[in-house]
Design a protein around this ligand. Structure first.
Ligand code: XMP
Length: 512
């Protein structure tokens, strides 16, 4: 195990991810809880994260002395590097020369950290982000790599197995960063590298049992991958203490509701309350055209339905959610414990307070692709696990203007033709998200010998890593023509198809 001490960097979780990729288990703990965690975990090595504070300020975070006293291998990044040198007798100063972004470091001396990876004399790209800098190194340290702006880009005490980096090895802009972290965890700390998603599953199951005890958990299924994986994992941990509620708002894609219900009831034997609330949702959406009003209504109605169902089954002590790491911004307050802010798209936001429930969020540390891997580990069918993301408000935000059952039905048909063609062309997995939208615009066409006057369908397909930024998927024009022809021929109510060529930013992925 590697202990990652968090000083509040926005990218600390990426350190854990890179260490996981090296097959080594790691835990992130706030600096203020590091000493207790260290005694409990008995790690083989320690990593200090970066952070937003300045070592030169009086109140800024420090690492517990016990970590240094342990004599364990230590890798210190950015802020962690500064506090390590300061605490071990070096000196840090505020610098006017702030350095952010791509930089190139030159290797000047060998080190166990990049043994077999980088040679003396070579130059390598890294990602810098710092304002302060170490002015004099702690005793025993020597420079092994430098750059123009960073004379101590990497400084190490090889005998003590302590390594300090001014740059961030955990981000993708440091191309060899993952290998550096793997080298540290496996070769320097001696971790075996055989940790897997199966082990993560076991650890999480134990944690969930610990947290829940004899309590009852309720989980809202959205039809998406995240809530399904969370539910199956929690069911493995506590079985019948979990009840899942699937609120069908009538804004799902074709066959989606049936798939979810059958997956849970038949494949997993997980008790599932299936609520068909489509009449309430569609009724409430009557006459609503403003995108934000749609979203707010759907969110609020979802809570109403969910709460009513929860009460019918006698309530619960915990609410399970499939929150992922990108939904979570975790910061560390300088004076003590972690202060957590959650930015969440989730449909059930607001419920825990209203119903007085605690949250269970077993996927908080994972990224989307890792959730998919965990889903496979739990035996979820590949077709389910690899599904594109689908927004909580469903088709309502893909039908600009008023949403009616009729328009949902038209959109469902067009959408399933589009996705069928994408699957047939073998492109589904290369695309982050693809879907059709139905526009409130009618145009003139001619079919057979008759004039048509029908709606326009827009097609969207993007590539993305996390949904935060996205590129348009460059389909072959012949493919788009085939889809357009099929949609116009097979879907009554659509007589024209257009393709959306807008990246994000400036567009968003969804149209509303
Ligand atoms: P945008 O449209 O903001 O979408 O570029 C980014 C990603 O988030 C999804 N999305 C949502 N997911 N509830 C969700 O669960 C929502 O209200 C919601 N709105 C957007 C969107 O599908 C894309 O993957």
């Amino acid at each position: 195990t590697i202990l990652i001490v968090d000083f509040g960097s926005q990218v600390t979780q990426l350190i854990a991810r890179r260490v996981r990729e090296a097959g080594v288990y790691s835990e992130i703990v706030p600096f203020s809880a590091a000493e207790e965690a260290f005694r409990r975990m008995q790690p083989k090595g320690i990593i200090f994260s970066g952070g937003p504070a300045s070592v030169t300020e009086h109140e800024s975070p420090r690492a517990p002395q016990a970590l240094f006293d342990s004599g364990l291998p230590l890798l210190a990044i950015c802020y962690g590097q500064q506090t390590m040198h300061q605490q071990l007798g070096g000196q840090v100063v505020t610098s006017d020369q702030k350095e952010f972004g791509r930089a190139f470091i030159e290797i000047v001396s060998p080190s166990a950290l990049f043994d077999g990876l980088w040679q003396v004399g070579e130059t390598h790209q890294v990602w810098m982000s710092h304002g302060d800098r170490v002015d004099s190194l702690a005793p025993g340290f020597e420079v092994v790599a430098k750059s123009e702006g960073a004379p101590f880009a990497i400084a190490t005490n090889e005998a003590a197995k302590r390594y300090s980096l001014m740059f961030h090895p955990e981000v993708v802009h440091t191309p060899d960063g993952g290998k550096l972290l793997a080298n540290f965890a496996r070769h320097i700390c001696g971790c075996s590298g055989d940790w897997t998603m199966a082990a993560f599953r076991d650890t999480k199951i134990a944690e969930i049992r610990d947290q829940i005890g004899k309590g009852r958990v309720i989980c809202g299924l959205s039809g998406g991958v995240d809530s399904a994986v969370a539910a199956v994992l929690i069911h493995e941990a506590i079985g019948e203490q979990l009840t899942c509620v699937f609120v069908d708002h009538g804004l799902m894609r074709a066959n989606e509701a049936e798939q979810v219900v059958s997956l849970f009831r038949n494949s997993y034997n997980i008790p599932l309350v299936h609520v068909d609330a489509s009449a309430d949702f569609l009724g409430g959406l009557e006459g609503v055209t403003d995108p934000e009003k749609k979203r707010k209504f759907i969110g609020a109605e979802f809570i109403n339905v969910f709460e009513a169902e929860a009460q019918k089954i006698g309530g619960a002590d915990f609410l399970a959610q499939g929150t992922l790491y990108p939904d979570v911004i975790e910061s560390v307050s300088f004076t003590g414990g972690p202060s957590v802010t959650i930015k969440s798209h989730h449909n059930v936001g607001g419920l825990p307070e209203r119903m007085n429930m605690a949250l269970v969020e077993p996927l908080r540390e994972l990224f989307k692709d890792e959730v998919r891997e965990l889903g496979r580990e739990l035996g979820l069918p590949e077709a389910f696990v690899s599904r594109h993301p689908f927004p909580g408000p469903g088709l309502a935000i893909r039908i600009p203007g008023e949403v009616t059952k009729e328009r949902c039905d038209i959109l469902r048909k067009a959408d399933s033709i589009y996705l069928e063609e994408i699957r047939n062309a073998g492109l589904y997995d290369a695309i982050w998200q693809a879907f059709a939208v139905l526009l409130p615009v009618r145009t003139v066409g001619v079919m057979g010998d008759a004039r048509t006057y029908d709606s326009v369908c827009g097609l969207r397909a993007v590539t993305s890593v996390d949904g935060m930024t996205a590129d348009v998927y460059p389909f072959d024009p012949a493919f788009l023509s085939r889809v357009a022809t099929r949609i116009v021929n097979e879907v009554q109510g659509i007589n024209r198809v257009v393709y959306d060529f807008t990246s994000k930013p400036p567009g968003t992925i969804e149209w509303e």
